[in-house]
Design a protein around this ligand. Sequence first.
Ligand SMILES: N[C@@H](CCC(=O)N[C@@H](CS)C(=O)NCC(=O)O)C(=O)O
Length: 210
Amino acid sequence: MKPILYGAAYSVYVRIARLALIEKAVDHERVEIDIFADGGPPADYLSRHPFARLPAFQHGDVAVYETGAITRYVEEAFPGPRLMPEDPARRARVNQLVSVLDNYLYRPLVWDIHVARDAAVKSGNAADETAIAAAVAKVRHCLGVLESGAGDWLAGDALTLADLYAAPMIAYGVMTDEGRALLQERPRLAAWWQRMSARPSLAATRYPTD
Ligand SMILES: N[C@@H](CCC(=O)N[C@@H](CS)C(=O)NCC(=O)O)C(=O)O
């Protein structure tokens, strides 16, 4: 049974799940759900995700929501390259990084910098520079933490779920002047981004596409 991922291509979290599926070469379908559509998502989407977030996932009679649960299910239910190390200490490191990205990078980088800049351009209103400066400080701290333990990949010498979580967030970040400058302050992270963004899975999930 082909798994189905529900969610929009613009979503950071949908992209993380897509990266996991693609990196493991899992044949799947994606059903476009726009959570921010006027009038909200389709009414039946709430039966897939009771908190109305993206993404949701179905594999036969297995229904999963929350990206952490979806990606770990994909890791365990399908063959293909491992996204989680076997060693408990290394697994803990990956899980810690994922939690850091979820809790300390996503909001300031994607919303408080990228979305804030984009909204200002689209509305013609000035951006709240004080709020953006506060977000820049948070992202700077977080990138320092990410770089301090990184090897070729964020959790060491192999691609893991931590890289797949970080990439869609950094992709939005580097669309802004602040994000590009912050990455350049961290040469090893900038080199990681070069490696990461060259992967076919990133090209296959690129957003926007033009
Ligand atoms: N904890 C959720 C977060 C998912 C999430 O925030 N998705 C965003 C799209 S990238 C969303 O659905 N936002 C809708 C909203 O905030 O109302 C997960 O890990 O899947």
